[in-house]
Design a protein around this ligand. Structure first.
Ligand code: NAD
Ligand code: TDX
Length: 352
């Protein structure tokens, strides 16, 4: 049964579980978006998914290959295209908004598309949600909270202050603020999630883990920034997808939930695990110059998501998840090989 959300945006008078029948997934041809689409098709048999994706360098239509055509509609387009967005929203119950420029290093080299897609794009979607009363789940990042010191015992919570460091994270922070304001001022029925670093299949090879795996597979040295001691809180992408679905369907309107799986590891340890799992010498990598403004440590306290919505991660063995991710890149060479040269050329230009 469709529970169409109302502009007042409270759960009052509504059933506890929101069951959308037609969901727009922006950025559904990207890494996490396509995983979420697969997750919905496998786990929500009554839902029809409409993917809206511009197919930038990071989007790949093949990420959705093999999914049933009667459950999925693909629309190639820009989230900044108001007319297109309105035509899709006029027929949808919910939107799950993944589309973004997502890579910190790219944002440092050229912030322009980050402002446009992450800020103006989110604004365009919010206006359409306001017009058509569409439930809006905004997918964001823990990077909006800045970073923590290595010796700080605390973790990010929903109450941590916003302190973004990079052009990427500041545009994501701006988008979170827009979403909150559209809820408070116009009553758009929103939820927000801020997740930690994802890993798994279909992740673009510009990102840390797949870059190192594919460097090894093409005879290049892995590259480690700075002193290698920066900590990221790793979560398997399937655990992220399950959490987003839970928040969309059972989260309280207007609320923010942090998503993380207690996966803190420093980059040096992750790289050595990759090298070990691929039968290489654990010191066989290059130290390269640090990222400007490089966040030191991220760590998520997911207590709210666990206690209020009962979420638990399934992929709790990082080494097992890493092994299956390595296997995926070995088995799916045609998926990434054509991108490798251009991706490394971008890094060469910045000394990374
Ligand atoms: P990605 O770069 O792999 O995919 C982004 C997708 O958005 C691509 O398919 C791209 O074509 C599409 N896109 C970009 N600009 C668009 C536009 N203007 N209109 C329509 N589509 C457009 O990103 P990802 O790693 O899958 O991240 C997805 C979302 O999750 C982002 O919002 C990101 O901020 C957030 N997030 C990512 C992580 C992570 O570890 N990767 C962690 C937390 C949150
Ligand atoms: O070659 C590399 N060597 C290296 O040491 C690359 C590409 C990265 N790094 C370091 C930088 C970071 O400390 O590894 C860490 C992870 O880097 P990225 O994969 O670029 O991720 P990060 O900057 O942490 O951001 C990611 O997590 C949060 C996603 O890209 C964001 O979209 C998400 O919001």
């Amino acid at each position: 049964m469709i529970r169409r959300s109302q502009p007042q945006g409270t759960l009052e008078g509504f059933e506890k579980v929101f069951v959308p029948e037609k969901i727009i997934v922006t950025g559904g041809a990207g890494f996490i978006g396509s995983n979420f689409v697969r997750w919905v098709i496998e786990n929500a048999p009554n839902a029809h998914v409409v993917v809206l994706d511009k197919l930038t360098y990071a989007g790949n239509i093949n990420n959705l290959a093999g999914l049933p055509e009667d459950r999925l509609t693909f629309v190639k387009g820009d989230i900044c295209d108001k007319e297109l967005v309105e035509s899709l929203f006029s027929e949808a119950d919910a939107v799950v908004h993944f589309a973004a420029e997502s890579h910190n290093d790219n944002s440092i080299a050229n912030p322009d598309p980050f402002l446009r897609t992450n800020v103006e794009g989110t604004y365009t979607l919010l206006e359409a949600a306001r017009k058509y009363g569409v439930r809006f789940h905004h997918v964001s990042t823990d990077e909006v909270y800045g970073d923590l010191a290595l010796d700080d015992p605390s973790k990010f919570t929903e109450d941590s202050p916003y302190r973004p460091s990079s052009p990427y994270s500041s545009t994501k922070a701006a988008s979170d603020m827009l979403v909150r304001a559209w809820h408070r001022t116009y009553g758009v029925p929103i939820t927000i999630s801020n997740c930690s670093n994802n890993y798994g299949a279909y992740q673009h090879i510009e990102k840390f883990i797949p870059r190192q795996i594919t460097n090894i597979l093409t005879g290049k040295h892995p590259k480690l920034y700075g002193d290698g001691l920066n900590v990221r809180d790793w979560i398997h992408v399937e655990d992220h997808s399950a959490a987003v679905w839970l928040i969309l369907t059972q989260g309280a309107i207007g609320e923010t939930y942090l998503i993380g799986a207690d996966g803190e590891k420093n980059n040096l340890d992750v790289l050595r695990s990759i090298l070990r799992n691929m039968g290489k010498d654990p010191d066989d990598f290059d130290w390269v110059k640090d990222r400007p403004g490089h966040d030191r440590r991220y760590a998520i306290d997911a207590t709210k998501l666990k206690t209020e919505l009962g979420w638990r991660p399934i992929h709790t063995d990082f080494d097992a998840g890493l092994k299956s991710t390595i296997d995926w890149y070995i088995e799916n060479k045609p998926w990434w090989l054509g991108e490798k040269e251009a991706t490394e050329a971008k890094y060469d230009a910045t000394g990374h």
